[in-house]
Design a protein around this ligand. Structure first.
Ligand SMILES: C[S@@+](CC[C@H](N)C(=O)[O-])C[C@H]1O[C@@H](n2cnc3c(N)ncnc32)[C@H](O)[C@@H]1O
Length: 290
């Protein structure tokens, strides 16, 4: 198999990462699909289970919050029950955290009651910075599509357990095992992508950290037509996100590039219609209680 030359991880190019993430969110209809789920399943099965008094301030931690759309949907639900929330946002990418700040500023009225503690840092940096301080605990921790970027998942969950209030909950969203990104990550290990972390890895880590969890599947199809056919800036950004490699069209060898395109074409969903090419992008919600 052809080797990738000059291919660096997308995560280290903050601008390109932020741009390609927005394309991915749009083409997978991530926000619309999750909005439905967050207004139905979330209040019934998750929010109700958080053991924190209504009158108290709810302490929330968001890790890898990105541009914040999904977390804001969750905050709006939480506000229906708790009128005061402090949300600590741990997000290393400057472009993403700025987008989130802009969104929060535009929605001050609906998010009235939430005070944000913005931390432009990785979870590892956040841990280091807070380790000598009195332990702060949280009632609800959100980890949406971020677990790919940690080396030792069990250790991460052990840490999260230590900062989770008794009766608190963690909600992690993760690509399911047969979703297009983990599949391609396994197929092309020569990219310096993040590890091919998917649901089963998270389940093992959560169990090792002796936490109880339930799982719920959320169906997402990604419209990859523009990336697999023709030439467009949007298609290139999407392919960068799928391979977690910035400017892959320019940096990968021709052979590798065409291998990648052919691979994605081979896993296009059969139900793709109207000339559209959809890839499976389902995610699992792992709901963890303490
Ligand atoms: C796939 S995006 C998900 C964004 C958002 N949670 C969502 O679901 O739309 C992953 C996010 O994790 C952030 N991230 C990457 N490594 C991280 C780390 N070590 N600690 C915290 N966040 C990290 C990235 O900057 C990015 O914004």
């Amino acid at each position: 198999m052809a080797m990738a030359s000059n291919v660096t991880p997308l995560i280290s190019d903050h601008k390109r990462y932020a741009e390609s993430l927005l394309v991915f969110l749009k083409l997978s209809r991530n926000i619309e699909v999750l909005e439905d789920w967050i207004s139905s399943y979330f209040p019934e099965k998750i929010m109700k289970e958080i053991k924190a008094e209504k009158e108290k301030e709810l302490m929330v931690l968001g890790i890898g919050s990105g541009p914040g759309q999904v977390e804001c949907l969750v905050l709006k639900q939480l506000l229906k029950h708790w009128s005061k929330i402090t949300d600590t946002v741990v997000e290393p990418n400057l472009f993403n955290i700025n987008t989130y700040k802009g969104l929060a500023a535009n929605e001050t009225q609906v998010l009235d009651g939430v005070s944000f503690d913005w931390r432009q840092q990785t979870l590892q940096q956040f841990r280091q910075e807070t380790q000598d301080r009195p332990l702060k605990k949280y009632h609800f921790i959100m980890l949406f599509q971020v677990l790919y970027y940690f080396e030792d998942l069990t250790e991460v969950f052990e840490y999260l357990k230590s900062i989770l209030e008794d009766g608190g909950m963690i909600l992690a969203l993760i690509e399911c095992d047969d979703c297009c990104i983990p599949l391609s990550t396994r197929q092309f290990p020569q990219f310096k992508m993040h590890d091919a972390v998917s649901t089963s890895d998270v389940e093992k880590a959560v169990a090792k950290a002796q936490l109880q969890f339930v799982k719920h599947r959320i169906k997402l199809n990604l419209d990859a037509t523009g990336c697999l056919e023709g030439e467009s800036k949007e298609g290139e950004l999407l392919l960068d996100f799928l391979t977690q490699s910035p400017f892959i069209k320019e940096t990968a060898s021709e052979t590798l590039y065409s291998d990648v395109i052919e691979y994605f074409k081979s896993i296009v969903l059969p139900e793709s219609e109207d000339g559209k090419k959809f890839l499976r992008c389902d995610c699992d919600a792992i709901v963890i209680k303490k």
